[in-house]
Design a binder for this molecule. Sequence first.
Ligand SMILES: C[S@@+](CC[C@H](N)C(=O)[O-])C[C@H]1O[C@@H](n2cnc3c(N)ncnc32)[C@H](O)[C@@H]1O
Length: 324
Amino acid sequence: MQPTAQSISCQDSGPDSWLERRWLRIRRAALAGALPAALVVSIAIASDARVPYVPTPQGVVDKMLEMGKVGPADYIIDLGSGDGRIVVTAAQKFGARGFGVDLNPDRIKESNDNARRAGVTDKVSFQQRNLFEADLSQATVITMYLLPRVNLELRPKLLSLAPGTRLVSHDFDMGDWKPDQQTTMRDESKFGGSGGESDIYLWIVPAKAAGTWSWQGTVAGKPQSYEIRLDQKHQVITGSVWHAGRTATLRDAKLRGSEISFNFTIDVNGAPVRHIYTGKIGSDSILGTAEISGPRVQAQVEWSAVRGARSAAAHPLNHRTALN
Ligand SMILES: C[S@@+](CC[C@H](N)C(=O)[O-])C[C@H]1O[C@@H](n2cnc3c(N)ncnc32)[C@H](O)[C@@H]1O
């Protein structure tokens, strides 16, 4: 396939592309007589057209779907779906529904044939279109075997998906958006049988947690108000809490999709009290539980926080928020 105007951004990997470097290594091995002639020809054609059609080995497909915890409730989209193996396997082995998109009409035909053979045409479909124009709103899982630069170009769109959406990428990462999980496996069928290692990356789309959150609680029978300010870089959160004129740093702050947790120790009624929070972030609220423990209190209570400062008081956290 010749590159089209639409495909250029995805297919032109640039000289620093890791995939191209791998391919060049394979081509060198092929020229040295270490690989079958058919593979040499297909790589040469693909490289000349700069179309990196490299199928993911079936063992790696299985691992990607396992890492993405794909199940019958999932809707999977493979961006640049090749012969459809990822989406077809997700339907056949894990009962998921979904679709694949690929620019190449031959790949779409192969995918439809593969879906028919696997008996999953009621669950999956394939669209010949630019992956950048695909509607991703239904996705609970997205898979990719693209190029680093394409992953980075897709990143803003992926980050805006529903919190909790799982993204699984073969071989290429997302720059400074660190994966939530990563593994490496060897598969002897990679690159048409020459064998190779595959890196698999998993990201969970994080909820938008940054900003100020506030809530009221009761400790040892007395009402207490709290505010936290969270800074966020992708799924990494840090922050501090303000309570009764004191501040403390949040410890073990974690965000996985919409699930948030953190803890802190701060004086309440004159004694240090440990607070452990776990909850789920909605659009403007967090609902969950709090465990409070100190010299005069031991309790597990419901926790409900709202976005924004509860009081207009000009305390340190409000001040910092206003400055940012
Ligand atoms: C490395 S292959 C991966 C195929 C499949 N996902 C797999 O893992 O086996 C990348 C695929 O992306 C397709 N592709 C490249 N640029 C694209 C674009 N802009 N839109 C849709 N598909 C594209 C290519 O035709 C190729 O089939």
